[in-house]
Ligand binder design. Structure first.
Ligand SMILES: Nc1ccn([C@@H]2O[C@H](COP(=O)(O)OP(=O)(O)OP(=O)(O)O)[C@@H](O)[C@H]2O)c(=O)n1
Ligand SMILES: C[C@](O)(CO)[C@H](O)COP(=O)(O)O
Length: 228
């Protein structure tokens, strides 16, 4: 079985506005609740720990969802700090080698089949596994004056998505190592890669978008309304 860790302590600087984007509504409910619904409606996920901002008053929270525990904790200054805080907040009795699925609260359009594929891959790959999407656009490196410096090869390049799945002890060791070295790991895989490991890439849906800007919210509304 597995548990989910959901970092939801961000302030949404790039989105703007007063309310952090994970609490904005699309298709009738907050983005965070779409993410929790996808995770906790999956039979392979037993519960979730959500990392919230210390001054969070935007979301009343949920004691349970789909009959499973929703535990909250206080996140940290970086996303990785929030994930580490959620890991430390796992309830007693959760096994030391539980599989942990780390998923952004700002990614509302997660589908059950992607969760299934990820868990299956993480069960067979000791280095863990992440959902990802192959880069399909030509990539440009910017130069002086917002002009193109050069085209970068997209061969073998993927966009990391979430959830990202790792055994509890490995994720703890990786996050603690990155923090001790002063490295800000922008995803869990980066922290694991620093240990010399190579997590599996699992091709996930392109529409598992992270809501970062207002344009993303409009797209999320379109996608989620079609699922309802
Ligand atoms: N210190 C932080 C920063 C981010 N997050 C969470 O990590 C996810 C992905 O981060 P991002 O999209 O960058 O969210 P923000 O940090 O809020 O956005 P911004 O960088 O624009 O401020 C979000 O669910 C966000 O709430 C978190 O738990 N703790
Ligand atoms: C974890 C992540 O969603 C994978 O692409 C991404 O790194 C989060 O980046 P953010 O800047 O914290 O949104």
């Amino acid at each position: 079985m597995s548990w989910a860790l959901v970092p939801a302590a961000g302030s949404g600087r790039r989105f703007g506005g007063e309310v952090p984007k994970q609490y904005l509504c699309a298709a009738g409910k907050p983005l965070i609740e779409h993410a929790l619904d996808a995770l906790l409606s999956h039979a392979g996920v037993d519960g979730v720990v959500v990392a919230l901002a210390a001054d969070d008053a935007h979301w009343p929270g949920l004691a349970s969802f789909h009959g499973k525990s929703v535990i909250t904790c206080i996140g940290g200054g970086e996303r990785a700090d929030s994930v580490l805080a959620a890991l430390h907040a796992l309830p007693a009795g959760v096994s030391k080698d539980v599989l942990l699925l780390v998923h952004d609260a700002a990614r509302p359009n997660l589908h059950a089949d992607d969760i299934r594929k990820l868990i299956e891959a993480a069960k067979t790959c000791p280095d863990g596994a992440i959902l990802a999407a192959p880069v399909r656009d030509t990539l440009k490196r910017s130069g002086a004056g917002a002009r193109i410096a050069r085209t970068e090869s997209r061969d073998g390049l993927w966009r990391a998505l979430t959830p990202q799945a790792f055994r509890r002890d490995l994720l703890l060791r990786a996050l603690q190592s990155a923090k001790a070295d002063g490295v800000v790991a922008t995803d869990e895989a980066m922290a694991v890669e620093r240990l010399g490991l190579h997590p599996a890439l699992v091709e996930g849906r392109e529409d598992n978008l992270k809501v970062t800007t207002p344009a993303d919210l409009a797209l999320a509304e379109f996608l989620l309304a079609r699922r309802a």
